[in-house]
Design a protein around this ligand. Sequence first.
Ligand SMILES: *Cc1c(COP(=O)(O)O)cnc(C)c1O
Length: 382
Amino acid sequence: MIPYGRQDVRPEDVDAVVEVLRSDYLTQGPVTPRFEAAMALRCAPAEAVAMNSATSALHAACLALGLGEGDRLWTSPITFVASSNAALYCGAEVDFVDVDPTNANLSVAALERKLVAAEAAGRLPKIVVPVHLCGEPCDMAAIGALARRYGFKVIEDASHAVGASDRGAPVGSCLWSDVTVFSFHPVKIITTGEGGMAMTRDPALAERLRLLRSHGITRDPAQMVGEPAGAWDYQQILLGYNYRMTDIQSALGLSQMARLDAYVERRFDLAARYDALLADLPARPLKRSAESRSAGHLYVVRVAAERRKAVFDQMRAAGIGVNLHYIPVHTQPYYAALGFQRGDFPEAEAYSAEAITLPLHPALSEAEQDLVVSALAAALRA
Ligand SMILES: *Cc1c(COP(=O)(O)O)cnc(C)c1O
């Protein structure tokens, strides 16, 4: 089976992990701060707070921005369930904004229409979470302008977009957002096994994220209630979690980061090659903007909805690990039970009925890519 995505672990990555295993600290040692510093340097002037998953980072970001009961968070229905679950963890309400059919990212026009209606109804969201689907940045300048006008906070779910850039600004630099979240799950651009990171330009927000990831405990006298009783003193000043990344994970991530640009370039070249090879087939790729540089996390084509199942099954039978990103979150049984219905977000539903994710990862060879294309062509002809 040619997988749709796969990690690329090299001998130098293994050496970096083994070095930590032989060291004094498996967690809370010197390597996680080094991984954070490397990502912060890339995304300057944002700071980096490493966590044990993007899901944890999304939850902590919502809490750090004060999301709670009676608040609303809006995101795209075409995402992994973690983007919206983060709001439910906080006791807040979730709603969705339909997608742009050309790239399946949250539609800025739909967002603006929904904001106008919400303002009239007194139900504006506290947080909006744009998701950079497939690594293609959302129109963050436009979303940032709406955030200022309507007074909401923005968390970019950049789980797919490590290494992407938007009009020259690296995704993660938070030029138009409060927090940006990365995932380092093995199918993503670089991996730590499990892992995530929250980026922010706001030092107070970064400090809250650090507290939230480690039980809400501080050893900083400046944050304590009263004077510290001695050098041993620590205080829990808010309800936090254990969302820390281990040094073992950070060593893998830091070692992988050395190849981040090469990975994104390879993905970009493979995506451009798919574009050319598929040009004459009834399979439409998602649009990538010329103003930004996608991280090339996923390559999705849309085929006729009535043919999708047959094409999908035939490609799987031919050993091609096609996939679907994603089933609209609002149609999941858990969300249906919250009151969402089929038909609520028609562009998202139409996209999801037509989408097929083709294999794309840095170790994919051109010969394998040719096999994918001929299997797709055969399935579409059948
Ligand atoms: C992978 C993913 C997540 C969750 O990431 P984890 O690190 O596995 O918690 C969240 N949002 C999106 C869009 C993702 O693709």
